[in-house]
Design a protein around this ligand. Structure first.
Ligand SMILES: NC(=O)C[C@H](N)C(=O)O
Length: 309
């Protein structure tokens, strides 16, 4: 069954004109992650590669293409977790970095801490030699247009965002049975300056444990935090539920208990995987053996040869 990589491009309602780009983006990221696994690379290398590619793709709400806070600025959150050691690294409210997921990995690998925020994260990035990028390079015309629209007194940015999310994430199992997750986001549209969402919070934006599996989440961060969605799903797997049933149970609880919508990608130690969501859509893709799997709407599951000649 091993190895496998599963990625998501955010739960929500993807406008028609953007759906093709979302689908091709997640497929390409899943392939990039799988190439690493095929070459004997680790699940951690695979999820960081897949998420970095999605951060660099302006179609998603992470890295370049992030939504803007109420002041019209980019503030990004990211997390990685290693299922072998339960080590994790996260950054929150970072502004001038192209790939927050790579900085999160450096927090895990090079510090004794689990999360660095804002100015401290930026100083750490400089110390690690991570290049600084301008805010302008992270802001797209589309994100600026949506920010402006949601400054209107009668706007409802949360509802608008529930319409068009786009956080990115990945989970993977490698040939040695090691499991990892990574998640990265620009957060919620027109959020307050300094708002930190679920993504960098362990057990909320992601969790990985070689004994149980891994989950990367997307959706309304304040709702995800109330139910610690990633860990909740792994709890259900610990109780014997399949990846699919556990993901559905977690998402259904979040919807019924706090009215939150979202989506997840989930793997177990055997390499079983699921991509599930309670929102209208979530772009997702997975590669296992020689097959690429992908979908956008509930119930959709297309397959394609991953090594076409
Ligand atoms: N689009 C998202 O998934 C948003 C993210 N979960 C947050 O609240 O920051």
């Amino acid at each position: 069954m091993l190895p496998v990589v599963v990625v998501h491009g955010g739960a929500g309602h993807i406008p028609k004109e953007r759906s093709e780009k979302s689908t091709s983006g997640v497929c390409s990221a899943a392939r990039a992650g799988y190439t690493i696994l095929q070459g004997g690379g680790s699940s951690m290398d695979a999820v960081v590669e897949a998420v970095s590619e999605l951060e660099n793709n302006p179609s998603f709400n992470a890295g370049c293409g992030s939504v803007l806070n109420v002041k019209g600025e980019v503030e990004m959150d990211a997390i990685v977790m290693d299922g072998k050691t339960l080590g994790s690294g996260a950054v929150s409210a970072v502004r001038n970095i192209a790939n927050p997921v790579q900085l999160a990995r450096l927090v895990m690998d090079k510090t004794s801490h689990a999360c660095l925020t804002a100015e401290g994260a930026s100083l750490f990035a400089q110390a690690m030699g991570v290049p600084q990028v301008s805010q302008e390079s992270l802001i797209t015309d589309y994100s600026r247009m949506r920010w402006k629209k949601n400054l209107a007194p009668d706007a409802n940015p949360v509802a608008c965002q529930m319409g068009k999310m786009g956080t990115v994430g990945a989970v993977a199992v490698d040939s040695e049975g090691n499991i990892a997750c990574a998640t990265s986001t620009g957060g919620m549209l027109n959020k307050m300056e300094g708002r930190v969402g679920d993504t960098p919070c362990i057990g909320c934006g992601g969790y990985a444990d070689n004994k149980l599996g891994a989950v990367s989440t997307t959706g309304h961060g304040e709702a995800i935090m109330k139910v610690t969605l990633a860990r909740l799903i792994l709890f259900h797997m610990e109780q014997g539920q399949s990846v699919e049933a556990a993901s559905d149970l977690g998402l259904a609880y979040m919807k019924s208990r706090v009215g939150g919508l979202g989506g997840v990608v989930t793997v177990d130690p055997q390499g079983h995987w699921a991509a599930r969501f309670s929102s209208l859509q979530m772009a997702w893709a997975a590669v296992q053996k020689d097959t690429l799997h992908y979908g956008l709407y509930a119930g959709e599951h297309f397959t394609q040869d991953n090594n076409p000649h």
